[in-house]
Design a protein around this ligand. Sequence first.
Ligand SMILES: *[C@@H]1O[C@H](CO)[C@@H](O)[C@H](O)[C@H]1NC(C)=O
Ligand SMILES: *[C@@H]1O[C@H](CO)[C@@H](O)[C@H](O)[C@H]1NC(C)=O
Length: 332
Amino acid sequence: MALRWGIVSAGLIASDFTTMLSSLPPSEHQVVAVAARDLNRAKVFAQKYNIPKAYGSYEELAKDPDVEVAYVATQHPQHKSAVILCLAAGKAVLCEKPMGVNAAEVQEMAAEARSRGLFLMEALWSRFFPAMEALREVLVQGTVGDLRVARAEMGLDLSHFPRSRDWSQAGGGLLDLGVYCVQFLSMVFGAQKPEKISAVGRIHETGVDDTVSVLLQYPGGVHGSLTCSISSNLTNIAYVAGTKGKAQIGKIWCPTELVVNDQHKEFPPPVLGKGYNFLNGSCMSYEANHVRECLRKGLKESPVIPLAESELLAEILEEVRKAIGVVFPQDK
Ligand SMILES: *[C@@H]1O[C@H](CO)[C@@H](O)[C@H](O)[C@H]1NC(C)=O
Ligand SMILES: *[C@@H]1O[C@H](CO)[C@@H](O)[C@H](O)[C@H]1NC(C)=O
């Protein structure tokens, strides 16, 4: 049975997600509605992607009985209200990352989903790539021995994206790119809560973080580090090393190769749809298929990125921001 999606926002990432969904088998995924705050934008979007219904408010989409799951792809500061609106109307929700601007927002969304018994997942698409699944298997098998250290870097020159420096939209490297690094470290160290977090950072003149380095001490004597930047291109490599070797992925946000002790394994990306705004949009199909599986099994959370881990990631990011002195309007 097809999963019936409602798209909340008519922005760039919403377009990519819809392009991807539209090229999956219609027996598995269908886009039944789109909502934007401006009805005309929603109508143009609906026409472009052949979506039956267009709404000028998120409320109307949330109330549409045809919508089974809402994909919330608004800007970060608008996630919370849109997610809560959709949950309150009984919809399952996939919310773009980062789920919230700070930990309190994510806790509020998670609490709403739990109390209503509804599915909510943060769209950390990287976790669903076959290369990342293979890495998790390598860790379970103990191929790299007892873990000692992990490192993740993500830096892209985003100077052509004004939003990346927009303080009122909770821009900066940590929430856009650092979240990929934090989720990597969290994944390899079993979603444990770090015992100690230290960070240094360079702040952009608008008040957002420009380049940040973080050290995370985990229980059991292992630690990880990350660097993220919106003004310099970094290696975008992530690895974990232990007493028997090392496992590494490149392109941390969309890994297609896993290198374990110098053995390379390729995981070719799916070829689906055309005209994406961002690189590698077709790979969002991994997470879309995961959401469908979870919902068809009646799950209320993803076993791959459970709500408690989204809450933990938000706590870590918030603590890093405190350490380097970045405060957003949403922090009050
Ligand atoms: C980053 O890489 C892009 C793509 O290769 C390039 O266009 C840009 O000039 C680079 N920016 C910096 C700051 O190195
Ligand atoms: C991502 O996009 C780049 C540039 O178009 C392409 O070379 C690469 O194969 C793509 N990778 C994935 C995972 O889709």
